[in-house]
Design a protein. Structure first.
Length: 198
């Protein structure tokens, strides 16, 4: 198995030469940090460039393995998450959790994709009951989300196909058991972005 630094070089080589991140970082900038052996910075910049230029799951696999070798647990989880999105599509929403006094959660949950609650996305069983679906949650720009708080989140459905019918503005509800513990408004639904090979 290649070491983390080789993996990051391989990932850099998968970038389109004209790729530019939202903050103006170019592939040339990434290569400069590779030459300086600033490996954590290289990883961060590769993620930033890939936010603008969709890359296949194989790119994210390289980054995930490198992050794991560098013992960067959250970065490892994030790169695995992004690889899953590249393969299955992206669902983003603004989630508001009910407060504890409203029957919501009693504590915050970690925002790194480990929580897998049920969701009502508007589908029903043959007998008219809500057909709840499982999806993991990644909270954007926050380590956790607590009762009464709101944040933009990414959802990774266990079965992605039914979620592709959602559109921006659709309202879905989060459940832990049967009670509603949060409400989310869909802001983006994207199809898979890449094949398994570069």
């Amino acid at each position: 198995m290649d070491d983390a630094f080789t993996l990051l070089r391989q990932a850099t080589d998968l970038l389109p030469e004209d790729a530019v991140a939202e903050n103006g970082v170019t592939v040339g900038d990434v290569r400069e940090y590779v030459a300086q052996q600033e490996w954590e910075m290289v990883l961060d910049l590769l993620i930033e460039v890939a936010d603008v230029h969709p890359l296949p799951p194989s790119f994210w696999e390289l980054l995930a393995e490198a992050a794991q070798q560098m013992m960067l647990d959250r970065s490892h989880r994030w790169c695995q998450w992004r690889g899953w999105e590249a393969q299955h599509g992206t669902v983003r929403a603004t989630l508001t959790l009910l407060g504890t006094d409203e029957g919501g959660r009693r504590s915050a949950f970690s925002g790194d994709g480990r929580l897998r609650p049920l969701w009502d996305i508007g589908q029903h069983t043959s007998d008219g009951e809500s057909d709840l679906r499982i999806a993991s949650i990644w909270v954007e720009f926050a380590q956790e989300l607590g009762p009464g708080e709101s944040a933009d989140v990414r959802l990774a459905p266990l079965s992605p196909e039914p979620w592709r019918n959602l559109r921006p503005g659709h309202v879905i509800t989060m459940h832990e058991g049967r009670p509603v513990v949060g409400t989310a408004t869909v802001i983006e639904v994207l199809p898979p972005r890449g094949s398994s090979r570069p």
